[in-house]
Design a protein around this ligand. Structure first.
Ligand code: NAD
Ligand code: MG
Length: 484
């Protein structure tokens, strides 16, 4: 704090949780009904308090089979034969219901996931609704997407999603699948099943025909049962590279189509001609948004050597103003880490960073006594060989490397097994275009970071996966004979 600044404290501004009513237990959503699962039920907690929120059914292979059969019936009898314009009407209706119930979804997402209400309210839920609006518009225009005339749906899609953007990842998967005329069986992540179950309620409210959307909660075994079911035509997975690899193996040699959205270790490249204040905001947004639980997070900062000290000093000042704490407080910037396991992984990789010789810096900040928390952290003196420069940490931890020339920046940025996203900060448009063309990353942001839009395709190179979600490209993954 400089001598001219005035000490300033925010008053608490908690969002009320009274809009949300959580039942003591939840079943699976199969064929338009909530039914008990036959697996061992499990609990989901609020990671900010460790409070148990509710008990959730676990889908066994037999339950998954029931869900796939319901989806097949709906595909053959109702959803498949339906006029595309009518399918579009259902999707518009779902989109509007997501908007109408936005506050409920936002509070529930923050409770179950730990993310700040500011983000669930302003990013996750509006983008989920936007995804449905966008694909609703495509439902009756599939002949015009450049994927051949009369493109046909694939059938039943088995979809498995992670915990970092629970409702938004559901929307990314369900909206294009339904718009293209498929039916779905979706498995949410085990630590964040609640907004998917609320979405099931929205499907009922929208009078969506039974079996078009089925939600089967459970852990990895339930996911495996979805992916490996013989009557699934398409598998869409978002999650870790390890699980993605095992799914690719399981699907190989079958007729199933596969889309994988996996991990990342994105370079955020700051050139010496970049507007520093703006870049610092972008660096913060790149790595601390959603506690860094973002597959496309800007987790490797590549900063030109001549401005390194200035950027780091400015970044440290800015990080010192970030508020870590209650996810339901509207002033919170960084919420809770999603689970004890994820917290352990972040701690372990950070400790390895220090042991390998990088310098750890964290602001003085008080963390709540209960719940899972990790302060915003930056590592300087990182070399490309360090684990923290190579492995995805998936937490609020930034690794800082330097470069001298544009060629060196490109070489270091591409020196990764991943290739999901990247950022470039420079005043010169010509430099941005020249560098962007050389980066092996699915999304390249220029003078911004972590911006998403349903019209824009998203996906990876190398171990970040294959296939694209979003935009016109996202439809190809759900249509027969269409190559992306
Ligand atoms: P994870 O791969 O363990 O879990 C993701 C989902 O897969 C969960 O629903 C889980 O229950 C399920 N699952 C686990 N084992 C399975 C199996 N054998 N078969 C089928 N399903 C299985 O991932 P995680 O550690 O929980 O999530 C974080 C990871 O997800 C990070 O590595 C991150 O980069 C990645 N991610 C990628 C994107 C993207 O768009 N590319 C988005 C979000 C997260
Ligand atoms: Mg939870």
């Amino acid at each position: 704090m400089t001598s001219t600044s005035v000490p300033f404290e925010y008053a608490p501004a908690p969002e009320s949780r009274s809009i949300v009513s959580i039942a003591p237990s939840y079943g699976l959503f199969i064929d338009g009904e909530f039914v008990d699962g036959t697996g061992e039920p499990f609990t989901t907690v609020n990671p900010a308090t460790e409070e148990v929120l509710t008990e959730v059914s676990s889908g066994s292979a037999a339950d998954v089979d029931r869900a796939v059969r319901a989806a097949r019936r709906a595909f053959e009898k109702t959803w498949g034969p339906m006029r595309p314009a009518d399918r579009g009407k259902y999707l518009f209706r779902i989109a509007r219901l997501l908007q109408e119930r936005a506050r409920e979804f936002a509070v529930l997402e923050s409770l179950d996931n730990g993310k700040p209400i500011r983000e669930s309210r302003d990013v996750d839920v509006p983008l989920a609704a936007a995804q449905f609006f966008y694909y609703a518009g495509w439902a009756d225009k599939l002949d015009h997407v450049g994927l051949g005339t009369r493109p046909r749906p694939l059938g039943v899609a088995g979809q498995v999603i992670p915990w970092n953007f629970p409702l938004l990842m559901l929307a990314w998967k369900v909206a294009p699948a339904l718009a293209a005329g498929n039916t779905v069986v979706l498995k949410p992540a085990e630590t964040t099943p609640l907004t998917a179950l609320l979405f099931a309620e929205v499907c009922r409210q929208a009078d969506l025909p039974a079996g078009v959307v089925n939600i089967v909660t459970g852990a990895g075994d339930t996911g495996r049962a979805v992916v490996e079911h013989d009557d699934v035509d398409k598998v869409a997975f978002t999650g870790s590279t390890d699980v993605g690899r095992s799914i690719a193996r399981a699907v190989a040699g079958t007729r199933k189509k596969l889309t994988l959205e996996l991990g990342g270790k994105a370079a955020n490249i700051v050139f010496d001609d970049a507007p520093i204040d703006q870049a610092v905001e972008g660096i913060v947004q790149g790595i601390f948004f959603n506690q860094g639980h973002v597959c496309c997070a800007g987790s490797r900062l590549l900063v030109q050597e001549s401005i390194h000290d200035e950027v780091i000093a400015s970044l440290q000042r800015r990080i010192g103003t970030l508020r870590v704490g209650d996810p339901l407080d509207k002033n919170t910037d960084i919420g809770a880490i999603n689970s004890a396991e994820q917290l352990a992984r972040i701690r372990e990789l950070s400790d390895i960073g220090e042991a390998e010789g990088a310098q750890r810096w964290q602001p003085a900040c008080e963390l709540p006594d209960r719940g899972f928390w990790y302060p915003p952290t930056i590592f300087t003196d990182v070399s490309p060989a360090h684990r923290i420069a190579r492995d995805e940490i998936f937490g609020p931890v930034l690794s800082v490397l330097t470069f001298r020339t544009p060629d060196e920046a490109v070489a270091k940025a591409n020196n990764t097994t991943y290739g999901l996203s990247a950022g470039i900060w420079s005043e010169k448009g010509s430099r941005i275009l020249q560098i962007a063309n050389q980066l092996r990353a699915g999304v390249v942001w220029a003078n911004t970071f972590n911006k998403f839009d349903p019209t824009s395709p998203f996906g990876g190179y190398k171990q970040s996966g294959y296939g694209r979600e979003g935009g016109r490209h996202g439809l190809a993954a759900y249509l027969e004979g269409a190559e992306q």
